[in-house]
Design a binder for this molecule. Structure first.
Ligand code: NDP
Length: 273
């Protein structure tokens, strides 16, 4: 019995070592729009996660007013708060430099583009304005693309440092918080011109990014969080923010190379573009 169990014990030991290795590789995550809603819930649940990131960078446009984030930072040494208004494109280089100072030579493993805006119930053509179209496009589409461009060297650094790991959170990943409203296939109700076009364009960018960044070992995922009870989703939404984020984190922590360049909802179910 002893002779038979020794190889089995060795196998278990090797498997455990692999798990430990996978757990320690994912060292850093940066999230935009962390002051409230889904972004803040990501921060809370990542801090309490069984396998938390060694470094969690929560960005928001008004750190002084982000009282919940500030309170969390007091009790969690791995939480760093950085000021980032995603519309302030000129500040990106400085945010990248501050991120580099925090993550050191390991690079940035995960960028979650979460910050977003929605112009409410204006859902008919007669209500469309040039300002709404451009404002929503700049925040929901241009900003994530330009931030990815700025953060690319840090993401690539993480992908290179962890080049023995498969594509996924342990290596390098970009996660765009998109919306089912950006799905061309699922648009049977029309309306919400500026929001739908902004997320459809973000999805298109994700496809191009997956082609360009895949060879660098950087996984790209578009995710629909569900209709979620936040300021944006309103209290009429069917998903609690806790449940949406818990499910999404489960999807993120289990990302595999085959998830690269895909569009999924909060529970991992594939969505049509
Ligand atoms: P909320 O309106 O509750 O929160 C939006 C967040 O984005 C806030 O933290 C806000 O910061 C931040 N933000 C907005 N503009 C900027 C900016 N210029 N710079 C930095 N941060 C900014 O929305 P949700 O949490 O519900 O939405 C998060 C993401 O999920 C969005 O991308 C949204 O499109 C997407 N989504 C949400 C759904 C839902 O049902 N809730 C459904 C589908 C997708 P501040 O506090 O400073 O305003």
């Amino acid at each position: 019995v002893v002779v038979r169990s020794v190889p089995m014990l060795l196998l278990i030991l090797m498997f455990s070592l692999q798990l430990c290795k996978a757990e320690t590789n994912m060292s850093s995550i940066l999230i935009t729009g962390s002051s409230r809603g889904i972004g803040l819930e990501f921060v809370k649940q990542l801090l309490g996660h069984a396998n938390p990131p060694a470094i969690l960078i929560a960005t928001c446009r008004n750190p002084d007013k982000a009282t919940e984030l500030q309170a969390l930072a007091k009790n969690n040494a791995n939480l760093h708060i950085l000021k980032l208004d995603v519309l302030d494109f000129d500040s990106y280089d400085s945010v990248v430099n501050k991120t580099r100072d925090i993550v050191g030579n390991k690079g940035l493993n995960v960028l979650i583009n979460n910050a977003g805006i929605h112009r409410g119930m204006k859902n008919s053509l007669s209500l469309v304005t040039a300002k709404d179209l451009t404002d929503v496009y700049l925040t929901n589409t241009a900003a994530p693309i330009l931030l990815i461009k700025a953060m690319r060297p840090l993401l690539k650094q993480a992908a290179d440092v962890n080049n023995s790991a498969p594509m996924g959170l342990s290596r390098a990943a970009i996660i765009n918080i998109s919306s089912q409203l950006g799905s061309l296939t699922n648009n049977n109700n029309g309306g919400w011109y500026e929001y739908r076009e902004s997320k459809a364009a973000l999805n298109m960018a994700a496809r191009s990014l997956s082609v360009e960044l895949g060879p660098e070992g950087i996984l790209v995922l578009s995710v629909h969080p569900g209709w979620v009870q936040t300021d944006m989703g309103t209290s009429a939404a069917d998903l609690k923010v806790h449940d949406s984020v818990q499910n999404m984190l489960n999807v993120f922590y289990n990302l595999k190379p085959e998830n690269h360049g895909t569009f999924v909802q909060w529970d991992g179910k594939p969505l049509p573009w």
